[in-house]
Design a protein around this ligand. Structure first.
Ligand SMILES: Nc1nc2c(ncn2[C@@H]2O[C@H](COP(=O)(O)OP(=O)(O)OP(=O)(O)O)[C@@H](O)[C@H]2O)c(=O)[nH]1
Ligand SMILES: [Mg+2]
Length: 311
């Protein structure tokens, strides 16, 4: 076995960092590491923390990780930056805020770009999570900004999704009405030190009464992430949800669904790459122009692109 894999499996964090870099870059070497390590994954409880910009996701992630450390558990964190080139500052900010945690050998933080070259959440996110899982962290937390589709995709990888809301913004209620509430397993009202926290809790409760009978009602918890308040109850709620997932059999079907989603997402990416490789820029530009000028319809153009792929 590769020396790096051996050191990884022995718990060497430098080996973890190097393997994550290779996996994140989606190189053939990275895929080979993933192939070797994948059988070691599948034990970690994967959490998703999502919510609006500035709602306190990073602070909450750090505070919750601190709570897990108190409980003797180890934590891997993947901070997903939604639109890479424009938000380098946000990544830096997260790094600074999470610096204290970075000194703790029981916590590992990784920031990564959220977009694949071809749009959609980068498949590399699930791969990096799998590597952290294989490393043996008790919990892996994925922090991602709420942007509709992203939340749904993160909910696919995460077993327990925590949706962060803030009092007094009003946006949340709109987002919740738009169906995002369905992906939340736990609702958090963070910045509960701001006015209106109890009003928001009541509004959320009212919304939840509309959820279909028999479905699990997510608990609503107030937190002040900056002070670490409410983390104990939040960690308990996460544990309770995990227990529910296991005893109801939902966890097993979640694994099947997540695997299906991942395989299809990767297959889609492979096919797109093949199309890109077998099509010259000129040929693509020519087709695009014919569609733009209404000479050709987009379906026929796409068929033409796809038929040029060599297998
Ligand atoms: N008063 C108060 N401020 C908070 C609380 N939690 C976070 N904040 C502050 O809110 C701001 C945003 O916090 P972040 O943790 O960066 O929020 P985020 O959701 O990760 O932000 P992005 O990743 O940039 O979308 C920071 O100034 C935090 O200190 C809280 O419970 N109370
Ligand atoms: Mg953040």
């Amino acid at each position: 076995m590769d020396d790096l894999v051996q050191r990884f499996l022995a718990g060497d964090r430098r080996a973890l960092a190097r393997i994550i870099s290779r996996v994140e870059n989606e190189t053939a070497e990275g895929r080979e590491y993933l192939r070797q390590l994948f059988p070691h994954s599948g034990k970690t409880h994967i959490l998703g923390i999502t919510g609006g910009a500035g709602s306190g996701k990073s602070t909450l992630t750090g505070a919750l990780a601190g709570e897990y450390r108190k409980r003797g558990m180890t934590v891997g964190i993947v901070a997903v930056d939604p639109s890479s080139p424009f938000t380098k500052g946000a990544i830096l900010g997260d790094r600074i805020r999470m610096q204290d945690l970075a000194l703790d050998p029981g916590v590992y933080v990784r920031s990564m770009a959220g977009r694949g070259a071809l749009g959609g959440l980068a498949p590399a996110i699930a791969d990096v999570v799998a590597v952290m899982d294989a490393f043996g962290f008790d919990v892996v937390i994925i922090e991602t900004i709420g942007a509709g589709q992203d939340e749904v995709e993160i909910a696919g990888t995460a077993m327990t999704t925590i949706l962060v809301n803030n009092p007094g913004t009003g946006d949340d209620i709109q987002a919740l009405k738009a169906g995002i509430i369905e992906i939340a397993d736990i609702l958090v009202v963070n910045k509960a030190d701001h006015p209106g926290a109890d009003v928001l809790v009541s509004q959320l409760q009212a919304l939840l009464t509309l959820s279909p009978a028999g479905s699990r009602r997510p608990p609503i918890l107030k937190t002040i992430a900056t002070k670490g308040e409410g983390m104990d109850k939040l960690a308990d709620a996460v544990a309770a949800h995990h227990e529910y997932l296991e005893s109801s059999g939902v966890l097993a079907s979640h694994r099947e669904e997540d695997a299906r989603h991942q395989v299809l997402a990767i297959a889609r990416q492979i096919l797109l790459e093949r199309i890109r490789q077998s099509t010259s820029e000129e040929a693509l530009a020519g087709l695009v122009h014919r569609v733009a000028s209404r000479e050709l319809d987009p379906h026929s153009a796409a068929e033409e692109l796809a038929s040029g792929v060599s297998h």
